[in-house]
Design a protein around this ligand. Sequence first.
Ligand code: NDP
Length: 332
Amino acid sequence: QKSIQLKKRPVGTPTLEDFNQVDVAIPEPSEGEVLVRTVYISVDPYLRGRMNEGKSYVPPFQLNDVISSGVVGQVETSKSEHFSEGDVVIGTLGWQEYNLANEKTIRKIDHTQAPASAYLSILGMTGLTAYFGLLDIGKPQAGEMVVVSGAAGAVGSVVGQLAKIKGARVVGIVGSDEKANLIKNKFGFDEAINYKTENVGDALAKVCPNGIDVYFENVGGEIGDAVFPLLNNFARIPVCGAISAYNKSSADIGPRVQGYLIKTSSLMQGFTVGNYAPRFKEGADALAEWLKEGKLTYEETITEGFDHTIDAFLDLFKGANVGKAIVKVSDI
Ligand code: NDP
């Protein structure tokens, strides 16, 4: 079977040469383990951080070791009393066609309730990130102005819709006119700004004449900088990600923001979705209910074939995806 390993630690933007696709044996499960055939692999920007050396909130990948991320798969062989052949499961597993999983590290999903891929997107890690980051830290109120960057992506597209559910006005910042149209027409954003063709500060000032109450930060860099002068008093800034900085080899320095935060008594708080693990069920239930009621919708960019897994990951940094980037490896 095929397996993808980290060959060297990327310097700057990762390339195909940083990875090895190798052939390894399909392992045999021992007592308490199952063999899982990979169906869907989640490719995520945060994996870039795990390719660097050094401490973060998740340990770095080891060189010549398999890369891992969220995977939906189907049980091929079970040596666990909790799982049977054919069960569809989710867990953090390797970028391989088959994985051994300890029974304690995977859980069953019901793919008759929602498509299996949705457990990696709207009902999974990225949906929960939007839910907790926006509602717990951003706390949008009816009539407030919410701005979200990376707005056509997996997290951003859900943030905008949740802000609308709460009665806020929402502006999304994206990297193409197609994405601008998508977030307005499909996800119900009020306004969209294309940061590649517009001056973000000027455009924001125009569409947010009464200032900004919540800025959901996904990208950092100059796009984030443009928001601070427009903050209203007691604004909230959930800092979810800073993808524009992930491939930089030195510190990304911009305007100092302390003055803006003091002047407006604003709250800026970083978070990782893992902080909310004890409340995942609450979040997943709420997202599933809004999905059922038609108040939420979602997009996935599904790349077909295990051999394109690395390409799908590299595409995140080129903005090739709308909604959640997922690789389809096999059928259920
Ligand atoms: P996305 O689906 O949003 O994919 C990444 C998108 O980022 C691309 O499509 C691209 O869109 C945009 N992008 C890429 N490079 C740049 C750049 N240099 N400047 C601005 N935008 C860029 O990914 P996710 O929704 O999975 O993740 C969004 C953010 O949230 C990331 O920063 C990620 O690390 C973070 N995150 C944090 C979590 C947490 O627990 N804190 C959990 C999950 C995600 P475009 O065409 O618009 O440029």
